[in-house]
Design a protein around this ligand. Structure first.
Ligand SMILES: [Zn+2]
Length: 162
């Protein structure tokens, strides 16, 4: 038996003011995206903003549905919009945030496995990693280069090859 360990690393910043200007600006765009969240059931708003190489910003927010599985996460709303409309303009960074009136969010909200898998797919498609910025209103900001840091065993077809 062999035991293997995987280490991941991410940067943690105390305040938005500690980020460089481009990262800070994108985090504020993600906050704007919260406004369009359709979350009458969970009352948990999630906002995502993609910054493309051209400088274009793509917004996404969680979109819930009374038939629960019909909804979608903020990250995939933004990512699929990019895939359908702007895939010739690579995604440099994605910023993600969340808000609820019920309690103060004091830790960054991390993307779900499905959203990470979609990020990984598009990183492969555009042959470029995305910088992922996670932040909340009352806590640190986490930054990581590429989805694989959060999903080391992501599903890739080349891993199926012998
Ligand atoms: Zn998700």
């Amino acid at each position: 038996m062999n035991n293997h360990e995987i280490k991941i690393s991410f940067d943690e910043y105390d305040h938005l003011t500690d980020l460089n200007e481009a990262d800070r600006a994108l985090c504020l765009e993600a906050t704007k995206a919260l406004e369009k969240s359709h979350s009458p059931y969970s009352k948990f708003r999630v906002g995502a903003a993609l910054r493309l190489q051209s400088g274009r910003i793509i917004y996404g927010s969680n979109q819930e549905n009374v038939a629960y599985p019909s909804g979608l996460c903020a990250e995939r709303v933004a990512l699929f919009h990019w895939g359908a409309n702007h895939s010739d303009d690579p995604i440099e960074s994605i910023a993600i945030t969340a808000h609820t009136d019920d309690f103060k969010i004091s830790q960054p909200i991390t993307p779900c496995g499905s959203c990470l898998q979609v990020m990984a797919e598009y990183e492969k498609k555009q042959e470029q990693k995305m910088r992922i910025l996670l932040f909340c209103e009352d806590g640190p900001i986490w930054a990581v280069e590429g989805s694989e840091s959060f999903l080391p065993f992501l599903f890739f077809e080349d891993r199926l090859a012998h």
